[in-house]
Design a protein around this ligand. Sequence first.
Ligand code: FES
Length: 205
Amino acid sequence: MRPLSERAVARIRELMKRYPRKGSALLPALFVAQADHGYVTHGAMREIAGLLEISPADVEGVATFYTMFAKRPVGEYVLQVCTTLSCALCGGISMLKHLEKTLGIHAGETTPDGKFTLLPVECLASCGTAPMMQVNDLFVERLTLERVDELIAELRAKPGHFGRQIAGTYDPHYLGLGSGNRFSSLSEDNVPSAGGGLGDNHDLS
Ligand code: FES
């Protein structure tokens, strides 16, 4: 099993200094591990436990509780489709089935080319803009099946970094390099622009 990179370990040590207890850095450390390997491996969980001086069971308990941590390899674009009540009433489940058909995979699977992973998820706290899904780290809201088709075509056509402007779940910038090193926060240089196509605009309405 590939160990965490030196850069990832250094980043975790840096994050640990922000907290009175080392163990409190667990969530950001898991994000670093995910950015390092693309998902959170068992080896990474053990390494994090050692660094934070907590039990591997504690690390695994947290990593498996939160759906934003992938425990197996995922595609370039992780599509998390909300299927909870508001989104379901507005077509979220139809959207999930439509994506299954369009991508030729079942929910929970990754396309053979490694481009897309499709996941049904519980409420993402954007109920007022239902139906919606999260593409990597960005919300795409007020969706229709036509807009979903446009988005998939756009993502297929040009490899890009849509959904990676906000450092977090799947973003290697979270290791501390580049402009996207602020976890789950918006700043002038990582807020998507107001226009310029699907790749730049997280609100497709
Ligand atoms: S029900 Fe979909 S975001 Fe809340």
